[in-house]
Ligand binder design. Sequence first.
Ligand code: CDP
Ligand code: MG
Length: 139
Amino acid sequence: MSVEKTFAIIKPDAVESKNAGKILARIEAESFRVVALKRHRISKREAESFYGEHAAKGFFSSLVAYMTSGPVYVAVLERENAVAHWRAVMGATDPAKADAGTIRKEFGRSIERNAAHGSANPADAAREVTFFFSHAELI
Ligand code: CDP
Ligand code: MG
């Protein structure tokens, strides 16, 4: 295993409910290095492009509306095995099915409003980092 980067979003429900600080504390406790972090209001165009793989799904328009409903924190996280480790710390997509102690179990409200995003694989991580951050912002 080598040091790699992943891309994370603290989603609108977690920001609105003031759980962003707790999620960032968990990120640090899990020994991620925060390479980049910013508060951002995702536009409709960005959300549609970011979640383009889901464009044909029934939940797509609701997901886009939700992801643009309020500010988020977008972040780049680095550690050994970052992509898989962040997915494990987040837990299953549906908070009701997520293991105890995961972020989605603790903070998610529904399968849509599930508190956090994490890249699915290293190729997606590279694309998603570039989607939201310039090279100069990665420090
Ligand atoms: O985020 P993750 O990779 O775990 O799941 P996904 O299948 O890539 O779906 C992306 C996002 O769409 C999820 O995180 C949910 O916010 C949302 N979603 C939904 O609203 N309803 C579903 N049945 C599945 C996903
Ligand atoms: Mg996904």
